[in-house]
Ligand binder design. Structure first.
Ligand SMILES: *[C@@H]1O[C@H](CO)[C@@H](O)[C@H](O)[C@H]1NC(C)=O
Ligand SMILES: *[C@@H]1O[C@H](CO)[C@@H](O)[C@H](O)[C@H]1NC(C)=O
Ligand SMILES: *[C@@H]1O[C@H](CO)[C@@H](O)[C@H](O)[C@H]1NC(C)=O
Ligand SMILES: *[C@@H]1O[C@H](CO)[C@@H](O)[C@H](O)[C@H]1NC(C)=O
Ligand SMILES: *[C@@H]1O[C@H](CO)[C@@H](O)[C@H](O)[C@H]1NC(C)=O
Ligand SMILES: *[C@@H]1O[C@H](CO)[C@@H](O)[C@H](O)[C@H]1NC(C)=O
Ligand SMILES: *[C@@H]1O[C@H](CO)[C@@H](O)[C@H](O)[C@H]1NC(C)=O
Ligand SMILES: *[C@@H]1O[C@H](CO)[C@@H](O)[C@H](O)[C@H]1NC(C)=O
Ligand SMILES: CC(=O)N[C@H]1CO[C@H](CO)[C@@H](O)[C@@H]1O
Length: 377
């Protein structure tokens, strides 16, 4: 009896919670033990760390060693940079990936103006490997974020960029960032781009619709975790939240690449590329992921300065890669209403890669394996 209460007392002295906010709103605070019980996919004393599992080499969208069409340079192939993975609405065993791919083999370093938006497909499950299928938007379009809007019966793809004629060598160009949206019923045929915001980047859309709330409202996060709202995907977007922490470059709360979602309890979350090691040490690794949360989308967001994930990835073959860069975090969730994260998708670059980059898919929690088994993979 006395011994059995010892572990909880020990935990209590290490980390205590009094509200679910101390569990990052990714779990519940147990009032008896003052400890957090994390939702599936989250771990750590404050549930602020992604429960990442071993990735499989050869999966994701990794085509740096291919020959790009009409290459201007070699060694970078069809480099890409982060994606949403999407389950086909008609064929549950077909997965799509929509990513930024750099034309003419120009690689990540010439993303402006060589970035395009392309779609890949996997017949072998959500982890891939994904094969190139379609160019959705030509140069220059970057940063695609694609979500299903149940209310509209449409896929919505938010992106930055405007059509440009790129130079005939892998040269960077200075261009202003403007967000547009295109829509599709099937991920294959798309509407023409409609401007959403000018002078803004890193779109993170989330349709608010749920089984309980038949709304067409869209919440749109952007750079610096600034948040906009629109009554419908093609309506006007208005500012609802700018954050109170220091969003300046080189501050300890410097972030980019937000990914926004609402959980099963109605709380809001952002996973971001956190640039703490650039601020503190002048390098892009290893601490690259932060998690922010709030009970109301326009309310009091909390930024816990603690890593949600880093640049170390373990693989099923027993190997490990410590990446030079890991950015553009996006989660694929279970579709059962639990909003359980099943995969983390990110843009990665290895050390000494000279502009070559690819898109990595890493399973999260026990849910990924269960999901794949359920689909027969
Ligand atoms: C990506 O491709 C490169 C080149 O073929 C290879 O060295 C690397 O291991 C691959 N990474 C993954 C995660 O598959
Ligand atoms: C890429 O192009 C080179 C030169 O044309 C050729 O030798 C090589 O086989 C090609 N590689 C692939 C993967 O197609
Ligand atoms: C590379 O991208 C081009 C489009 O630019 C596409 O035609 C080709 O199939 C892709 N190849 C691979 C192996 O991804
Ligand atoms: C439904 O969503 C709308 C738009 O976000 C919101 O204003 C409204 O309060 C929600 N209704 C309920 C019952 O949650
Ligand atoms: C925000 O961070 C920047 C970079 O570290 C710093 O120069 C600036 O003084 C900070 N601003 C405030 C209000 O703390
Ligand atoms: C915002 O949240 C923080 C952390 O939970 C809390 O300390 C602070 O009092 C809250 N501020 C407001 C205005 O509610
Ligand atoms: C990265 O995170 C994992 C899991 O939290 C941890 O085990 C590992 O030590 C971390 N690696 C680095 C380089 O910080
Ligand atoms: C990158 O290249 C430099 C210089 O060639 C070398 O010293 C370093 O070990 C390399 N780093 C990795 C991680 O391969
Ligand atoms: C092509 C285009 O519409 N570009 C606009 C992007 O947004 C900036 C403002 O930040 C405008 O100046 C550009 O004209």
């Amino acid at each position: 009896m006395k011994l059995s209460i010892l572990p909880s007392l020990l935990t209590t002295t290490l980390a205590t919670c009094t509200t679910d906010d101390h569990c990052s709103l990714n779990g519940l605070c147990n009032p008896k033990t003052s400890t957090c019980t994390c939702d599936p996919g989250w771990t750590g004393t404050n549930c602020g760390t992604l429960d990442l599992r071993h990735a499989t080499r050869g999966t994701g969208y990794n085509h740096t060693t291919t020959n790009a069409s009409d290459p201007y340079t070699s060694g970078r192939g069809n480099s890409s940079w982060g994606a949403h993975i999407l389950q086909d609405r008609r064929d549950p065993k077909l997965f799509h990936l929509i990513t930024s791919q750099f034309a003419h083999g120009c690689g990540l370093s010439a993303w402006k103006p060589f970035s395009t938006v392309i779609r890949g497909e996997s017949q072998t499950g959500p982890q891939g490997p994904y094969e190139w299928k379609q160019e959705i938007l030509g140069p220059w379009h970057h940063n695609p974020a694609t979500v299903w809007s149940e209310k509209d019966g449409l896929w919505l793809l938010y992106t930055i960029g405007d059509p440009v004629t790129p130079p005939t060598s892998c040269k960077s160009q200075s261009l202003s960032n403007n967000i547009s949206v295109v829509a599709s019923p099937d991920l294959k045929t798309w509407t023409v781009p409609k401007r959403v915001l000018s002078g803004a980047t890193n779109p993170a859309p989330w349709p608010v619709w749920s089984r309980e709330n038949d709304t067409s409202e869209i919440v749109l996060g952007i750079e610096d975790a600034t948040i906009y709202k629109a009554g419908a995907w093609d309506a006007e977007y208005t500012l609802v939240k700018t954050q109170s922490w220091n969003t300046s470059d080189y501050s300890p709360t410097w972030t980019e690449d937000p990914f926004l979602w609402q959980d099963k309890r109605g709380n809001w979350h952002l996973l971001v590329h956190w640039m703490i090691d650039i601020s503190e040490n002048g390098v892009k690794y290893p601490r690259v992921g932060a998690h922010l949360f709030s009970r109301e989308v326009d309310g009091n967001w909390t930024f816990v300065e603690h890593e949600a994930f880093n640049t170390s990835v373990e693989f099923t073959d027993g190997s490990r890669t410590d990446y030079y860069r890991r950015e553009r975090p996006k989660l694929f969730f279970s579709g059962d209403g639990e909003v359980t994260p099943l995969y983390l998708v990110s843009g990665v670059q290895e050390f000494n890669a000279s502009g070559a980059s690819y898109t990595l898919v890493q399973p999260v929690g026990d849910g990924a394996e269960v999901y794949e088994r359920g689909l027969g993979f």
